[in-house]
Ligand binder design. Structure first.
Ligand SMILES: *[C@@H]1O[C@H](CO)[C@@H](O)[C@H](O)[C@H]1NC(C)=O
Ligand SMILES: *[C@@H]1O[C@H](CO)[C@@H](O)[C@H](O)[C@H]1NC(C)=O
Ligand SMILES: *[C@@H]1O[C@H](CO)[C@@H](O)[C@H](O)[C@H]1NC(C)=O
Ligand SMILES: *[C@@H]1O[C@H](CO)[C@@H](O)[C@H](O)[C@H]1NC(C)=O
Ligand SMILES: *[C@@H]1O[C@H](CO)[C@@H](O)[C@H](O)[C@H]1NC(C)=O
Length: 503
């Protein structure tokens, strides 16, 4: 009797388990559908970003003479125009998705901004901060909302992750990495970082003291002092950049001797400035620049979207820091764990780029990255040459300029205009070609890779690493990170500060 009483429950439990699997599969399919939708959106999103430029905006106001103001990277008119560009892009998307209410909100805000620019032109006086501030804030909020809708892929992944929590990290890893799924998510920023960016932008406009502070710092002799240690970071992720700077400073013997040069997108520019001006990083200096400040970038700005542009900035280090002799380049998905100043006195043996090699046990040789069927490649490169990694590199800018490697980079970009030498917009293939024969291999403990995809890295290797790198799709700021590695990044985030901003 007893046995019989137990038995009937079994099938129902099995049915329950079956339901869980069913839900998992349904959510996975849903996620993939979202990917498809999102990809569709991305395709539609790109042209408006690329097409609209300052000249075109100016052309719309030909009746008024705003040319000068719109071309100045610091004017409020320009900042407003930047926001309008973004807002217009989202307006197109909103209309396509029949989100008419939102489209109406966007277009009325765009009209308000246009009116302000027109008024300024008529009265012949520049747009002031008081006028532009509130308008930029409301545009930012709309853009944030748009991105919020646009980025719901990240939400889908988080949901999946919750469903999958019972599984091993490795399984989660496989899911998140599967095909396009993770790659697309990794390109987006989560909602909390967008929120932080908006809040910080508001801080910037609301606090004249910040702007004064910024003015004072702009001409600091420390920025060009070659007796100090200079680091370059290119990112539009405030939190990630902050972790890179904070971890570098926290592990430095003499933080006051460090200078950081952060280059970011025009949209994140003011947020980034507000963040670094109001945090103390052990007396180090942090300079924040916008891609807009480099006139020579104009051609690239036309050809690439912002994310690619920021990642390709590494090929312009001598242009970005013309008076510096040596810099350490850090990607925004690294965490520094040791004092890095020894890198600056390391003998590069006349080479330009100090990097860790990646062909040690794996097979990351040149033939994996570029097309050796092409005679242009096979006549110049050794297919078995060892690959190396970007992420933490020391660059001798004097040797770089002497060898004119930026020209070599342009040469290889031109050669690949048909996409036959390598595919994709990544920086590694052109990097391997540009720095071929001028790369000095570093001890691998300087830079340990794989924390964004490999759950089985040796713990001692991570512990002794000077720099750890979350390359791969599972970024620590996405909520999809490998649990084991997350604390290594999180410990450099001041959560009190984040909560202060309500994000
Ligand atoms: C902006 O667009 C116009 C028209 O499409 C083009 O002629 C001009 O070269 C572009 N300017 C920049 C700076 O990209
Ligand atoms: C706009 O004003 C500047 C001087 O501020 C002048 O040099 C320029 O020619 C004017 N442009 C037009 C289109 O009137
Ligand atoms: C590699 O180069 C050869 C010769 O230029 C070309 O025919 C081939 O299409 C290229 N392969 C790819 C994948 O682009
Ligand atoms: C920097 O990292 C330290 C831990 O070393 C942490 O206590 C601090 O809050 C961080 N600061 C910021 C601004 O995130
Ligand atoms: C974290 O941020 C808060 C607010 O800005 C600040 O008061 C506190 O000192 C910071 N903590 C650390 C450890 O840096």
């Amino acid at each position: 009797m007893r046995r019989r009483a137990v038995d009937p429950r079994r099938p129902s439990r099995r049915r329950f388990v079956g339901w869980i699997w069913f839900l998992l599969v349904v959510s996975a399919v849903g996620g993939l559908t979202l990917v498809a939708v999102r990809r569709h959106q991305v395709e539609k999103l790109e042209p408006p970003f690329r097409e609209v430029n300052a000249t075109e905006i100016t052309a719309q106001y030909q009746d008024f003479n705003l040319t000068d103001e719109l071309l100045s990277s610091t004017s409020f008119a320009r900042q407003l125009a930047d926001q309008m560009t973004l807002a217009k892009a989202y307006l197109v998307i909103a209309k396509e998705h029949h989100n008419l209410k939102f489209a109406w909100d966007l277009s009325s805000q765009i009209r308000n901004s246009q009116r302000l620019l027109a008024q300024a032109a008529v009265r012949g006086k520049p747009v002031t901060q008081d006028e532009a501030g509130p308008m930029i804030t409301s545009l930012s909020q709309l853009i944030y909302k748009a991105q919020d809708i646009h980025y719901d892929l990240a939400t889908a992944i988080t949901t999946l992750k919750v469903h999958a929590q019972a599984m091993e990290d490795r399984l989660t890893a496989a899911m998140v990495q599967s095909a396009e799924f993770g790659r697309l998510a990794a390109q987006g920023l989560p909602r909390s970082i967008h929120c932080l960016t908006i809040k910080l932008t508001e801080d910037w406009f609301g606090d004249p003291k910040l702007q004064k502070l910024e003015e004072d710092q702009k001409n600091s002799p420390r920025l060009v002092d070659n007796s100090l240690y200079h680091f370059c970071i290119f990112s539009d992720n405030v939190l990630a950049a902050s972790v890179v700077v904070n971890s570098t400073v926290s592990n430095a013997d003499h933080p006051r001797q460090l200078v950081f040069h952060v280059v970011t997108s025009p949209v994140s520019f003011r947020a980034m400035k507000a963040w670094f001006l109001t945090s103390s990083f052990g007396g180090s200096t942090v300079e924040v620049l916008s891609t807009e400040e480099f006139p020579w970038l104009r051609k690239l700005r036309r050809d690439m979207d912002m994310a690619s542009l920021l990642s390709h900035l590494r090929f312009y280090l001598p242009e970005i820091a013309p008076s510096l002799e040596k810099v350490v380049f850090l990607e925004d998905d690294v965490v520094v764990q040791k004092d890095l100043t020894a890198l600056f006195i390391l003998d590069l043996h006349g080479n330009v780029n100090g990097a860790v090699e990646t062909c040690l046990e794996a097979f990351h040789r040149y033939h994996k990255y570029v097309n050796f069927s092409s005679p242009i490649i096979s006549s110049e490169f050794d297919p078995e040459a060892c690959g190396w990694a970007f992420g933490m590199n020391v660059f001798d800018l004097m040797a770089w300029k002497k060898a004119d490697l930026t020209a070599r980079y342009h040469h290889w970009l031109r050669q690949n205009s048909g996409g036959y030498l390598w595919t994709g917009g990544g920086t590694l293939p052109p990097g391997l070609l540009t720095f071929y024969g001028s790369t000095e291999p570093l001890d691998r403990r300087w830079h340990v890779l794989g924390l964004g995809f490999d759950p089985e890295i040796d713990g001692r290797l991570i512990e002794t690493a000077a720099v750890i790198h979350f390359n791969g799709n599972m970024k620590p700021w996405l909520g999809s990170a490998i649990t084991r590695y997350l604390p290594l990044w999180e410990r450099y985030v001041n959560h009190t500060r984040l909560h202060l901003h309500g994000c």
